[in-house]
Design a protein around this ligand. Structure first.
Ligand code: SF4
Length: 313
C-alpha cells in the first residue's frame, strides 16, 4: 500500500544472517555482471579516482539501492581507495517511511546522512493541480544535494540512472526538444562545481529490477508525492519496450550509437567544420596522377571493385 512502511522487506533485508545474505548462484552471476558493467563504465569515463569522496544519492528506489550495493562491492576490491557516503533527501512527502533507509544503512554499516528539506510543500504550493510536479521537484532536489555536496567535501555525486534512462532521455530530447542529447555517464554541473557520475550507465533496467528483487531491497514507493507519471517519458518507454520485443537488442544498439558519434555525418555546424572540407579535398588530378601511394591504392581499389562487379554480374 503506498505510504505504508515496507516493513516485511526491511526486516528481510536487515535481519538476514550473513549466511542468508549469501546470494544464490543466479543472483551471484547477475551481481558479477552488474559489477563488471559498472566497473567498465567507471573505468571508461574515469568516474572515480584515488581519494574521491563519493556521495551516493539514495531515493529508496531499485536503481539507487542497486547503485549503492554495487559500489560497496566494487570498493572492497578496487585498486584505488575512495570513500562512499549514502545520502537521502527526505522531501517530507506524506507517508514517507523515514525509518527505512536509516535502518537499512545502519545494518550495512555504511556512513550515511539524511537531508531533511520540505520540498514537497513548495512543489505542491507552486505547481497548479493536475500538472506534473517532477520538473520543479527535481530541480529543488538537485539544489539540496549539490548544496550538501559543496558543504561536505564531496568530489563525486553518484546517481542511479541506467542505460534505459539514458536512451529514453535521448528520445525525449529528439521528439520534444529538437536536440540530439541524452544523459551523460559523467557530467560537470552547470555551475562547474560538481561532477555527477552514473556508474550504472551500461546496465539494463531489467537487470536492475531482477537484482533488486533478488536482494530484497526495502523499496520505498515512489508515488508518495501523488505526482502523475511524466506522460511523454511513459510513451517513450512503451515505444522502446515494443521495439525491444520486436527486435531484441535494439535498445543496446541505440545506446551503442551514443558511444560512436560521427559528427561529420550529422548537421551541426558548431561541432563540425564543414567549411574546412574544401581544404581537405584531394584534387581529382592527383588521384589519377602517375605517382604517390594514394593514387596507387585508389586505382587498385577501383580495379578490385570492377573485377568484383564483373564477377557478380
Ligand atoms: S515522482 Fe514525485 S518525488 Fe519523484 S520527481 Fe516527481 S514529484 Fe518529485
Amino acid at each position: 500500500m503506498p505510504g505504508s512502511p515496507p516493513s516485511a522487506a526491511l526486516r528481510a533485508a536487515t535481519e538476514m544472517s550473513s549466511a542468508e545474505r549469501r546470494p544464490s548462484r543466479t543472483l551471484a552471476r547477475l551481481q558479477a555482471r552488474l559489477r563488471g558493467s559498472a566497473g567498465k563504465a567507471i573505468e571508461d569515463f574515469r568516474m572515480i579516482s584515488s581519494g574521491d569522496r563519493v556521495m551516493v544519492c539514495l531515493s529508496g528506489g531499485k536503481d539507487s539501492y542497486t547503485l549503492l550495493d554495487i559500489l560497496l562491492s566494487l570498493k572492497r576490491s578496487a585498486p584505488v581507495a575512495f570513500e562512499l557516503l549514502a545520502v537521502n533527501l527526505d522531501q517530507k512527502q506524506p507517508g514517507f517511511p523515514e525509518h527505512v533507509l536509516p535502518q537499512y544503512l545502519t545494518s550495512l554499516g555504511v556512513p550515511f546522512h539524511i537531508i531533511e528539506q520540505d520540498t514537497y510543500s513548495v512543489v505542491k504550493r507552486v505547481i497548479p493541480e493536475g500538472r506534473t510536479l517532477c520538473g520543479l521537484c527535481s530541480r529543488l532536489r538537485r539544489g539540496a544535494l549539490y548544496r550538501f555536496a559543496a558543504e561536505n567535501g564531496i568530489t563525486k555525486i553518484a546517481l542511479g540512472h541506467h542505460r534505459d534512462d539514458i536512451v529514453e532521455t535521448l528520445f525525449l530530447n529528439l521528439f520534444f526538444g529538437g536536440r540530439l542529447k541524452a544523459m551523460a555517464p559523467k557530467l560537470l554541473s552547470e555551475d562547474g562545481r560538481h561532477i555527477v557520475i552514473r556508474p550504472l550507465a551500461y546496465v539494463a533496467e531489467r537487470d536492475i529490477a531482477r537484482y533488486a528483487r533478488g536482494r530484497q531491497f526495502p523499496i520505498i514507493p515512489c508515488k508518495l508525492c501523488g505526482s502523475q507519471d511524466n506522460m511523454q517519458r511513459v510513451a517513450v518507454k512503451k515505444m522502446l519496450a515494443a521495439w525491444e520485443r520486436a527486435h531484441p537488442g535494439r535498445t543496446e544498439s541505440i545506446f551503442c550509437a551514443l558511444r560512436h558519434v560521427e559528427l561529420e555525418h550529422l548537421a551541426d555546424t558548431r561541432r563540425f567544420d564543414f567549411a574546412a572540407l574544401d581544404e581537405r579535398r584531394i584534387p581529382a588530378q592527383s588521384l589519377h596522377g602517375a605517382s604517390g601511394p594514394v593514387t596507387a591504392m585508389t586505382l587498385e581499389e577501383e580495379d578490385r571493385l570492377l573485377e568484383a562487379a564483373a564477377a557478380n554480374s
